[in-house]
Design a protein around this ligand. Sequence first.
Ligand code: ZN
Length: 258
Amino acid sequence: MPELIEVDLYRKAAESALGRTIASVAIPNETYLVGDTDLSDFQSVLYGCQLRGVRRIGKLLLLDLGAVSVGMRFGMTGRLIVDGEPSIDQLLYTTNEVKEKHLRCVITFEEQGALSMIDPRRFGNVELGPEEGQLGPDAATITSEELTMFQSSSASIKALLLNQKRIAGLGNLLCDEIMWRSGVNPTRGGRTMETTDIELLASTIRGTISELSDRGGSHMGDLQSERRQGGSCPIDGSELERDTVAGRTTWWCPEHQL
Ligand SMILES: [Zn+2]
């Protein structure tokens, strides 16, 4: 969290600031700014720029300022506040209170208002001109052709789905929901995936993102309430298994996820 769905809500919210001119930029802790630019250069590059576009690739939010763009990564607990309003009401696993000490980057506009990143656990960052080519294709529009590269990897499906260079935008909750809906065991190696498995996985990724976007977040999946000790599969009632897969806590159904 936040995953592609949340960052897309941030993107939509940020659009209300389109056309405004940057008056100042504050990053209270300079380590939140990554890349080659130091804070004073970052501030002078952004000063006077107009916000011309807001894009999203995977979990990366991009502010287009004409000649340059600014990337925002929200880590585990980052949220975007637009003109003082949180763009989503709540995130799992973090405090949903907006505290001044958790403000990591504040871009104030000449006309009115500000875009602010709040990030209690500070795993996110801001970067001038982030390398967009390092990200894989966006999960919301992924095709089965783009997923065929899974078939040449011995890594687990869970690791492949989480790898932002292979497919951009999925986090832990969406991955588990998608694999559960597809009937794919998270520990299964990419090489064991048949073409029909890949086709089903790609359509399930797109369908799940679309459905959960309509419901309001990555945490709105059908498996979510069962991600707990003693939780059972909503499809067949089997007790769910839990283990660490690809470094993340993973829940799956041993009965139908093969
Ligand atoms: Zn099941």
